[in-house]
Design a protein around this ligand. Structure first.
Ligand SMILES: *[C@@H]1O[C@H](CO)[C@@H](O)[C@H](O)[C@H]1NC(C)=O
Ligand SMILES: *[C@@H]1O[C@H](CO)[C@@H](O)[C@H](O)[C@H]1NC(C)=O
Ligand SMILES: [Cu+2]
Length: 183
């Protein structure tokens, strides 16, 4: 193929490599290696804050179903550890929850005392976040100088965010997955 079509193919390939990872949700196992438990009083607040959740990600709760369960609850029930009216209850010991909306998703263990002792987690998908697969390189160089040295809105994130919210994103995903099958 000619040089120009090679260049075009390269551009498309680069685009697909950017888009493709965002098409598949990441799987986050709550608590990582320790899982969903009260043993050792894992800090699930700290665990959640170490992650950046996106719509499409899967939250996996793995635990011994003899001793624990998973309840999705409202904010006030989360705060009060109130297990009387859960939105949903999971009891298999290997429960996956797919994030479909932005904002907070509150979970706790419904076994008496467990929520009070810290077995609760707030999965927060930031409303400002997108399913952007990778941060665009900052034109101003170092990340620490980022906001202050960049006049106006960040040049790359605004159009990307718009795109993520649109059906165009899914069209691109499907297209990228389709093309990657032949690449
Ligand atoms: C728990 O929630 C239920 C229903 O939402 C409510 O009636 C009850 O008073 C709550 N219990 C506590 C201890 O807050
Ligand atoms: C738990 O669920 C995940 C996701 O659904 C699955 O990939 C995994 O194989 C399951 N593990 C066990 C031990 O069942
Ligand atoms: Cu428990």
């Amino acid at each position: 193929m000619g040089l120009s079509s090679f260049a075009l193919a390269s551009v498309f390939l680069a685009l697909f490599l950017q888009v493709l990872p965002g098409c598949y949700g990441a799987v986050y196992k709550v608590g990582d290696d320790v899982g969903w438990t009260t043993i050792g009083n894992p800090d699930y607040k700290q665990w959640a804050s170490s992650k950046t959740f996106h719509v499409g990600d899967i939250i996996l709760f793995q635990y011994n179903a003899q001793y624990h369960n998973v309840m999705q609850v409202t904010h006030s029930d989360y705060k009060a550890c109130n297990t009387s009216a859960p939105i949903a209850t999971h009891t298999t010991g290997n429960d996956s929850y797919t994030i479909t909306t932005r904002g907070h998703h509150y979970f706790l263990c419904g076994v008496p005392g467990h929520c009070q002792s810290g077995q609760k987690v707030d999965i927060n998908v930031l409303r400002t976040s997108s399913v952007e697969p990778a941060p665009a390189p900052s034109p101003s160089g170092s990340a620490s100088s980022g906001v202050a040295s960049t006049p106006g809105p960040a040049p790359n994130s605004a159009p990307l965010n718009l795109m993520m919210d649109a059906k165009l994103w899914w069209a691109m995903c499907i297209f990228a997955v389709f093309v990657s099958a032949f690449a």
